[in-house]
Design a protein around this ligand. Structure first.
Ligand SMILES: O=P(O)(O)O[C@@H]1C[C@H](O)[C@@H](CO)O1
Ligand SMILES: Nc1nc2[nH]cnc2c(=O)[nH]1
Length: 331
C-alpha cells in the first residue's frame, strides 16, 4: 500500500509511517529498562554518568522544554549534550520542535539538566510511565526543583496569542481515566507515597517568587490551570467549551504525567505554558490550529520564557533535601 503524502502542516513525515516500520509505533522494550523500576532507573543513570562523569551529571534543577522552546537550552553554560540514542532504555522522540537530547550544564552557576525533547503519551501508546521516565532519572541525579514548559492553546478568553501562563494547577484528563504513570508496583525509594497528594503540585512559594520576578521585569504573566488531553487530535469547539466550563485556562497534550511523578519524587515544580494559539469556542468559526503554527508561535514568542526562567533560576532558593520536603509535606 502506498503511504499517504507528507503533511508538513502537521509536522508529519508520512514516508516513514507505514504501519510496521514506523519508529513511532514500535513497542518500547520493557526487558531493557522498566521505566518505573528504581533499580532499572539506576542503570540508566549509570549509563549517563559513564558518558559525562558523576560531577557533571549531578544536578539540582531539571528543565523540560515544550514544543518549539528549544531556545531555552541556550541558557545553559558549559554544556554537555547526550543524545537519547546513547542513553540506556530511552525511547526516541518523533514530534517536530523536540530535539532528542539530555543537556547538562549550569545556569547562573546552578547545576541544571535539561530534557530537550519530551515524550508525549500519544507518541508512545499512552505509556505514561515511559513518558515520565526522565523525571525518575532526574530524581536519581539529585534534581529537587523541576521547571516544566509547554506550548498550549488559550482557553481563558482574556488570554492573547504569545502570553506566558504560570501554571497554578492541573487537570490531568488521562490520569482521571486510568492512565497514570504511577499505575503498577510502588517503590518507596522514590520518596513519596503511592497515593501521592496532588495539592499544591505547583509549588506556592515558587509561584509567588515567579510572579514577583515578572513584576520586577514589568512582564505580562498570566496564571491559570492547565488541562492535558491525550491528543494528538486538537479539540472540537464543544470540547474547548467543556474545558472552559470546568476551569481550565490553557490546554495541551503533555506535562501532567511528569508533574505527578515529580510530586512523588518530592520535587518542587514550577510550570509555564506559552499560549501559541487561542482555542476556538465557536463551532461556526472555522478558526483552526496546526502543529507548525504552534512551533512557529513558540519560536517567535518563546523569548519571554527564556528571560523569566533565567531570572527564576538565579533566585531559586537552595535545593531542599528530600527528607526535609517529606517532613514539610507530612510524609
Ligand atoms: O510538548 P508540548 O506540550 O509543548 O507540545 C505541544 C502539545 C502537543 O504535544 C503538541 C501540539 O501541537 O505541541
Ligand atoms: N491540545 C492542544 N494542545 C496544544 N498545544 C498547543 N496548542 C494546543 C491546542 O490548542 N490544543
Amino acid at each position: 500500500m502506498t503511504p499517504p503524502a507528507n503533511d508538513e502542516a502537521n509536522g508529519v513525515d508520512n514516508t516513514i509511517s507505514t504501519l510496521n516500520d514506523s519508529k513511532e509505533y514500535k513497542h518500547y522494550d520493557y526487558s531493557m529498562v522498566d521505566p518505573r523500576n528504581y533499580d532499572d532507573i539506576t542503570k540508566v543513570v549509570q549509563s549517563i554518568i559513564a558518558q559525562v562523569g558523576e560531577d557533571k551529571a549531578k544536578s539540582d534543577i531539571g528543565l523540560i522544554l515544550g514544543s518549539g522552546m528549544g531556545n531555552i537550552a541556550d541558557l545553559l553554560e558549559d554544556k554537555i549534550v547526550v543524545p537519547y540514542e546513547k542513553i540506556l532504555g530511552f525511547p526516541s522522540t518523533s514530534v517536530q520542535g523536540h530535539a532528542g537530547n539530555l543537556i547538562f550544564g549550569t545556569i547562573h552557576g546552578k547545576r541544571v539538566v535539561c530534557q530537550a525533547g519530551r515524550f508525549h503519551p500519544y507518541e508512545h501508546k499512552m505509556d505514561l510511565a515511559l513518558c515520565a521516565m526522565p523525571i525518575r532519572v532526574m530524581d536519581q541525579l539529585g534534581v529537587r526543583t523541576l521547571i516544566v514548559t509547554n506550548a498550549a492553546g488559550g482557553v481563558n478568553k482574556s488570554f492573547h496569542y504569545g502570553d506566558l501562563m504560570l501554571i497554578k494547577d492541573q487537570i490531568f484528563l488521562p490520569g482521571l481515566a486510568g492512565f497514570s504513570p504511577l499505575v503498577g508496583e510502588h517503590d518507596k525509594r522514590y520518596g513519596g507515597p503511592r497515593f501521592v497528594s496532588m495539592h499544591e503540585c505547583f509549588d506556592k512559594d515558587l509561584r509567588v517568587l515567579t510572579k514577583d520576578i515578572a513584576n520586577r521585569m514589568s512582564m505580562r504573566l498570566m496564571e491559570g490551570v492547565y488541562v492535558m488531553s491525550g491528543g494528538p487530535q486538537y479539540e472540537t469547539p464543544a470540547e474547548v467549551r467543556l474545558y472552559h466550563a470546568v476551569g481550565a485556562d490553557a490546554l495541551g497534550m503533555s506535562t501532567c504525567h511528569e508533574v505527578v511523578v515529580a510530586k512523588q519524587c518530592l520535587m518542587k515544580v514550577v510550570g509555564f505554558s506559552l499560549i501559541t494559539n487561542i482555542a476556538n469556542h465557536d463551532v461556526d468559526n472555522a478558526n483552526n490550529v496546526n502543529h507548525l503554527e504552534v512551533i512557529d508561535a513558540a519560536n517567535k514568542q518563546g523569548g519571554k520564557g527564556v528571560d523569566l526562567i533565567s531570572a527564576l533560576v538565579k533566585e531559586l532558593p537552595p535545593p531542599m533535601p528530600k527528607q526535609e520536603t517529606a517532613k514539610l509535606w507530612g510524609y
